[in-house]
Write a protein that binds this ligand. Structure first.
Ligand code: UD1
Ligand code: UDP
Length: 351
């Protein structure tokens, strides 16, 4: 069986690393890897391939940055050529980026079945580009791999139960697997030159970076918190930051880091403040309280007992959440058993 895996953005490299490792261990499957080139900086792309032993992509479309239409349009053209040449049995797409959308549309129009990993996530906020990407991708895919029961319910509500399978979350698999690597040599993954005690923050969502008021509010909150904050900065945020805000002294901006270093940063942080989808879950899996600077989350399983607190960008809400006691309640199950990738492969082979 031939599978064409399509990735393009940072969180997809991390998800594909885990699934591709399992796929490639099965001699009955031949995986072709296509990188759209949506993310291209060394520290947004190559570092993940190198560190996580992801095979070098067979194709890199090098589409780069642009408006939604420019970026997605270039991907459609490039992916179509590869699909026509490779004629895979399955196209495998991940998450909710423009690379996901382009992969699903191109493949389905060529009558090549599409399987979507991380299907069924919904914020119910159609102003998010990711929400549009998810809804379209799920509605045209042939096989939907749902990471949580909430995702299962969302897909059932959209009439997609017949093609939906619970797999668990591949990012949970990733945390379990790579945590062992870090524990073997923790010093290797430590970030130099940062404070001993810190809050870990990331910001990159369009709703925060494209709205200077939201960004200013977030940094106002950071300043008021007074604690040291380490912020590995997404290039999108770096671009806007200088013109939009005055950086408080307690905020330490660092370049984006690799996944293993990021996981170590999370493990050593007091708490996490973020608008990232992936980092909310990693904080939960690693038992760090998370403050989510968005108005909603797709990962509602993380919200119990204040493990994850939704604040939007209002400074007083961020401050209150960051000051709340660290939860002691046990984590609830709900993201599978750490074998999501095996389940995905088994379904692909069966269908
Ligand atoms: C994309 C995804 C988002 C995901 C995020 C993960 C879409 C619509 N959004 O958002 O769902 O959470 O990736 O990080 O697909 N840039 C660089 N170098 C790079 C990559 C980006 O400088 O290697 C800059 C460019 O100025 C670019 C901007 O970041 O215009 C945004 O990049 P883009 O891939 O369009 O969206 P993300 O915000 O990264
Ligand atoms: N991440 C990373 N280095 C960083 C920031 C984030 O490796 O400097 C990882 C993070 O641990 C998570 C993934 O990138 O696994 C999340 O990606 P991002 O926040 O860019 O996208 P989202 O998950 O919101 O789509």
């Amino acid at each position: 069986m031939k599978i064409l895996t399509i990735v393009g953005a940072r969180p997809q490299f991390i998800k594909a690393a885990t699934v591709s490792r399992i796929i490639r261990a099965n001699p009955a499957v031949h995986e072709i890897l296509l990188h759209t080139g949506q993310h291209y900086d060394e520290n947004m792309s190559d570092v993940f391939f190198r560190e996580l032993n992801i095979p070098i992509p067979d194709y890199n479309l090098e589409v780069g940055s642009g408006s939604h239409a420019e970026q997605t349009g270039s991907m459609l053209k490039g992916i179509e050529k590869v699909l026509l040449k490779e004629k895979p049995d399955w196209t495998l797409v991940y998450g909710d980026t423009n690379s996901t959308l382009a992969g699903a549309i191109t493949s389905t129009k060529l009558h090549i079945p599409v399987a979507h990993v991380e299907a069924g996530l919904r914020s119910f906020n159609r102003a998010m580009p990711e929400e549009i990407n998810r809804i379209v991708t799920d509605s045209i895919s042939d096989l939907l791999f749902a990471p949580t029961n909430t995702a299962i319910k969302n897909l059932a509500n959209e009439g997609l139960a017949g093609i939906t399978h619970f797999t668990g979350d591949v990012m949970y698999d990733s945390v379990l697997y790579y945590k062992e690597w870090i524990e073997l040599d923790p010093e290797k993954y430590k970030t130099a030159g940062i404070p001993e005690k810190y809050l870990l923050a990331t910001i990159h969502r369009a709703e925060n970076t494209d709205n200077p008021e939201n960004l200013r509010n977030i940094f106002r909150a950071f300043s008021r918190l007074g604690q040291e904050i380490v912020l590995p900065i997404h290039p999108r945020t770096r671009k806007i930051l200088r013109s939009a805000v005055t950086l408080p002294e307690n905020v330490h901006i660092i370049d984006p880091v690799g996944y293993l270093q990021m996981m170590k940063l999370t493990m050593d942080a007091t708490k996490v403040l973020t608008d990232s989808g992936g980092l909310q879950k990693e904080a939960y899996f690693l038992q760090k309280q998370c403050v989510t600077m968005r108005t909603e989350t797709e990962w509602i399983e993380t919200l119990h007992d204040d493990w994850n607190i939704i604040t939007g960008s209002a400074p007083e809400l961020i401050e209150k959440a960051a000051g709340s006691p660290h939860p002691t309640a046990p984590l609830q199950q709900g993201f599978g058993n750490g074998k999501s990738a095996e389940i995905i492969l088994e379904k692909l082979l069966r269908f």
